[in-house]
Design a binder for this molecule. Structure first.
Ligand code: UTP
Length: 289
């Protein structure tokens, strides 16, 4: 079996972000900043560092700020240049003309539906999916580690992270088979299992490498948990037909779609910074006594 390289990545950014209202009423959740960078930029940088060549955003109404973020900001750049200020901090964000690719999900019908909206851009190639509201911190980064694992085993490789057993009803959960280092064979998948019925405490975080056949399954637009078209249900149908592994990331995950995760991500990343870290740390220490 030849293993095709992963060149394309889908970023589903069409969700409503209701857990983060009122912040997300007029601003996309993916533009929330951790220290000084929006979540979407962390995710795009993770993909580019992992060797991804084509960035595909699945967007919706009210998400224009995301497109502007990766474009030229004419007034800002002209003014900064005139004032002799360095543009490096914004110039390195800008993508090549014609990239990223934007497709629309007219209604937020679920993650599976969002991924399916990019089917024509993906074509018959394997692709990555990154959910930008999950901030992953590690070296090499999460997607880079996954791509490395995928290059050995091929097929489908999804994140697999342990959570507390009482939390399993919030996530897609993996039924695990044989384990080999960071890779775990996936024997079944279930989205948001009822309390007490989860096959393990291995949840699926927002990082995936999938084969294009999943798009054919998503064509059926079957609804699952919460009445949404679930990516987990479509992926589950590939098990047995193609290699399917969970990958345990050596690093940290912050769920920034949730207030606690967002605040702790800001604290952790701020404390790790050379410029502001000492001041933030001494403030936190003083508060904790
Ligand atoms: P979430 O499950 O966090 O949903 O989506 P959400 O709507 O953004 O947020 P809440 O739950 O209302 O607060 C995870 C990712 O999938 C995208 C979101 O934009 C987010 O990046 N998504 C979700 C879509 O693009 N389309 C959908 O139909 C659902």
């Amino acid at each position: 079996m030849t293993i095709k390289p992963v060149r394309k990545a889908i970023f589903p950014v069409a969700g409503l972000g209701t857990r983060f209202l009122p912040a997300t009423k007029a601003m996309p959740k993916e533009m929330l900043t951790v220290v000084d960078k929006p979540l979407i930029q962390y995710a795009v940088e993770e993909a580019l560092e992992a060797g991804i060549e084509q960035i595909i955003f699945v967007t919706g109404r009210g998400k224009g700020a995301l497109e502007d973020h990766f474009d030229i900001s004419f007034e800002l750049e002209t003014t900064m240049r005139a004032r002799g200020k360095s543009l490096s901090v914004i110039e390195n964000i800008r993508q090549q003309p014609g990239s990223p690719v934007y497709v629309r999900q007219q209604e937020p019908l679920g993650l599976g539906h969002a991924v399916w909206c990019a089917r024509d851009i993906v074509g018959d190639e394997p692709f990555a999916v990154l959910l930008p509201d999950e901030l992953m911190v590690g070296t090499p980064n999460f997607m880079a580690q996954m791509v490395q694992a995928y290059d050995n085993v091929g097929g489908n490789v999804i994140g697999a992270l342990e959570v507390a057993p009482e939390e399993t009803d919030k996530y897609g959960i993996i039924s695990p088979g044989a384990r080999d280092g960071a890779l775990t064979e996936v024997t079944a998948l279930v989205e948001k299992p009822a309390k007490g019925s989860a096959p393990s405490n291995l949840m699926i975080p927002g990082r995936y490498i999938l084969q294009p056949e999943v798009m054919k399954i998503l064509d059926a637009k079957e609804k699952g948990a919460g009445g949404e078209i679930q990516l987990t249900d479509a992926m589950a149908k590939l098990i047995g037909q193609q290699p399917f592994h969970g990958f345990t990331f050596n690093g940290e995950r912050f769920d920034c779609g949730d207030k606690t995760g967002f605040v702790t991500a800001n604290l952790a990343l701020a404390m790790a910074r050379a410029d502001i870290g000492p001041a933030v740390r001494s403030f936190a220490e003083a508060r904790l006594v």
